[in-house]
Design a protein around this ligand. Structure first.
Ligand code: FDA
Length: 312
């Protein structure tokens, strides 16, 4: 109950443009800034530096230029160009060639055809440079449109891309089977958005049970799935199922968010598992940051401590 309330509260804050503007002005101003625990910086250069440190620890990574809910075609065009430039910068830096994009950033909310065109441009350049492009999943109004967009590029022959499915959402169990049949890569997550009870599980236990069911489908019938969670119970269930089925560690990977459960990240690497870190960066970090706070109210204490120490 408290969890649901806190999730709603932080999601309401995440949508506040006024707070976003204020936060962007003060949040990253100092290198010790509170948001930096979860966000690798405001520029691609800062994110690439963070990425190099992650790679030195034996981890893989995916870079995410923050930004979502673009409301104009010009905004979607600008975001697409930023991603095209990012591909070139990553290539020049020699780090892991893997990026994550949000469909509403590329115009899904405005014009689906333009969005498909934008992702196709990104996939084209990505293919030339041997990049993998993960299409993040946003809240339920966008799921069908995102999967349609994905199917469209897949049917054009782009194989350097994959989707995300959320175990909280009822339809994901069927979607996991459909996407697995295609042979496409899935990242499995619990789901970061507050969803209606008609479309999604509300209790953590139900979200977790669905996660385990989908994980098993993906590990058995999917293509190189990514199990993205910080939950020790989900990690243990995945490792146990893979061992029981004789699925090698190279056949799947774990993923975690930058700055979250770094202890578990290091442990998985030490145990020989593949571990990919999702590295978000950019000026529009506020909604992402609010979702992370909503997942774990204890982070609020951490933030307050950060704000106070920033003043010192
Ligand atoms: P859960 O929320 O149950 O947390 C389990 C434990 O993890 C907690 O007890 C705590 O120890 C730790 N933890 C979790 N969140 C924390 C936080 N914010 N701060 C500190 N500790 C925390 N969602 C989505 O809807 N679409 C997407 O495309 C993606 N993409 C994505 C990529 C990657 C690589 C990851 C890891 C996650 C996503 N997500 C996502 C977010 C995902 O849906 C989910 O909201 C978070 O991963 C939190 O869920 P957990 O599985 O970690 O479990």
């Amino acid at each position: 109950m408290l969890d649901a309330l806190s999730k709603s509260f932080f999601h309401a804050l995440a949508r506040s443009k006024r707070l976003e503007g204020m936060a962007s002005r003060i949040g990253m101003a100092k290198p010790t800034s509170f948001a930096r625990r979860f966000i690798a910086g405001e520029t691609a250069e800062e994110a690439i530096e963070a990425a190099k440190t992650i790679q030195q620890k034996g981890m893989l990574l995916t870079l995410d230029q923050l930004g979502e809910s673009i409301t104009t075609l010009a905004g979607a065009e600008a975001a697409t160009k930023v991603y095209l430039a990012l591909i070139e910068k990553i290539q020049a830096a020699g780090i892991d060639r893997n990026i994550s994009v949000k469909p509403t950033q590329l115009g899904l909310d405005i014009d689906q055809a333009v969005c498909i065109d934008n992702i196709t441009r990104i996939l084209g350049l990505a293919k030339q440079h041997d990049f993998f492009v993960r299409i993040d999943m946003e809240n339920t109004p966008y799921i069908q449109k995102t999967l349609d967009m994905f199917t469209s590029v897949w049917s054009k022959g782009y194989r350097n891309t994959g989707v995300v499915l959320q175990s909280a959402v009822f339809r994901s169990e069927d979607d996991a089977k459909t996407v697995s049949k295609l042979g496409a890569r899935v990242r499995l997550v619990k789901g970061a958005y507050k969803e209606p009870a008609a479309l999604a599980h509300q209790a953590k236990a139900d979200v977790d049970q669905a996660f385990v069911r989908i994980m098993k489908v993906l590990l058995k019938d999917g293509t190189y799935p990514a199990i993205a969670t910080h939950d020790p119970a989900m990690l243990a269930a995945t490792k146990a199922f893979a061992a029981e089925q004789g699925i090698p560690k190279e056949a799947y990977e774990f993923q975690m968010l930058y700055g979250i459960r770094r202890d578990l990240q290091a442990q998985l690497v030490a145990d020989g598992y593949r571990m990919r870190i999702y590295v978000p960066f950019g000026r529009q970090w506020f909604p992402y940051f609010m979702r992370r706070l909503g997942e774990r109210p204890a982070n609020v204490g951490f933030v307050l401590k950060g704000i106070l120490s920033d003043r010192g």
